[in-house]
Design a binder for this molecule. Sequence first.
Ligand code: HEC
Length: 154
Amino acid sequence: MNLMPPLRGASRGPFFLVAFVGLMLGVWWMDGANSPTPADDAVTPPFPEWDAPIVPELAAAGAELFRSKCAACHNVTGDEKLGPNLADVTRRESASWMRGMILRPDSMTEHDATARELKARYAVQMTVPGGISGGDARAVYEFLRRGDQGRAER
Ligand code: HEC
């Protein structure tokens, strides 16, 4: 029995179809890689408490991500923007609260009293443009923690 048809004439069709579908699946997968999905949320490990040792490379990556994903609405120093100033937020709030707020702000507004109060005060629902992956959320948290540890030492 010949399982491999020769790549000639009409039999080439199915091969290209499979390759094309594979490519599209790849594009779809990469496109989704940066959006939070409930599955992504579920597999993201717990965040460390604010005073745990800092991983410098992670904090550096987080600084970049903060600029692109958060700085439109948040300052860490200086004036408030659309949302609250985030200085000292990792000391005020628990690690798990921070994890929830960065990954699923909509769900926090729905289920968490503190998040609901903030929403009422700022009159805008926090939403991260393009979403954020669990790993990126963790990096931004590291950046915020690094700043808060620095302020605590002063
Ligand atoms: C579109 C504007 C917007 C963007 C972008 C945004 N936020 Fe927010 N954020 C808000 C608003 C508004 C609130 C107040 C709660 C609410 O209204 O939902 C908030 C609240 C928070 C809080 C709670 C602050 C406190 O004082 O307890 C944290 C932490 C936070 N945001 C972190 C982030 C991080 C980290 C990013 C980037 C990954 C981000 N936010 C991106 C608007 C934004």
